[in-house]
Design a protein. Structure first.
Length: 153
């Protein structure tokens, strides 16, 4: 794979990672029962409610996930993809490194926030979980858009 193809696929992978991460988060919320209408959760009763959830999952969530996906792509995924193309790595190692890189970014982000204002805790499990989801989405996007086509050529 030449450098131009690598760069264009990498940019596409960043955008796909942002959308994939938000959809993965939505699926996890549905599986966890957060969108199931129950006796205590009757909020999805109007016809536009599903459209609102779709708009959040397809527009707002990827917009917020784009910056972490781009940072993860530039600092973790890009060098890792070049390494994976040069060696014979598998998807398990690739995804594990993506998730570990995303967790490292989350912890670094929390340290910076704590240094700015000590009221922010150093460990935030919800934020860590969001970065893990972004790591999985980024790892899958880079695997299928950059590494697999690169190994074929």
């Amino acid at each position: 794979m030449n450098e131009r193809d690598f760069r264009s696929r990498a940019i596409a992978a960043v955008f796909v990672a942002a959308v994939a991460s938000s959809l993965l988060g939505l699926v996890l919320l549905v599986v966890a029962g957060q969108f199931a209408p129950t006796a205590s959760n009757q909020w999805m009763t109007k016809p536009g409610d599903i459209a609102a959830v779709a708009a959040i999952a397809l527009i707002w969530a990827p917009a917020f996930a784009l910056i972490p996906s781009a940072l993860l792509g530039y600092f973790i995924e890009r060098p890792k993809a070049r390494w994976m193309l040069a060696t014979d790595g598998n998807i398990v190692v690739h995804l594990a490194l993506s998730v570990l890189g995303a967790m490292a970014f989350s912890i670094l982000f929390r340290i910076v926030l704590h240094l700015i204002d000590p009221k922010y805790p150093l460990l935030d499990l919800f934020g860590l979980g969001l970065f893990v989801i972004i790591g999985v989405g980024s790892g899958l996007a880079w695997w299928f858009l950059v590494i697999v086509p690169g190994k074929r050529s």
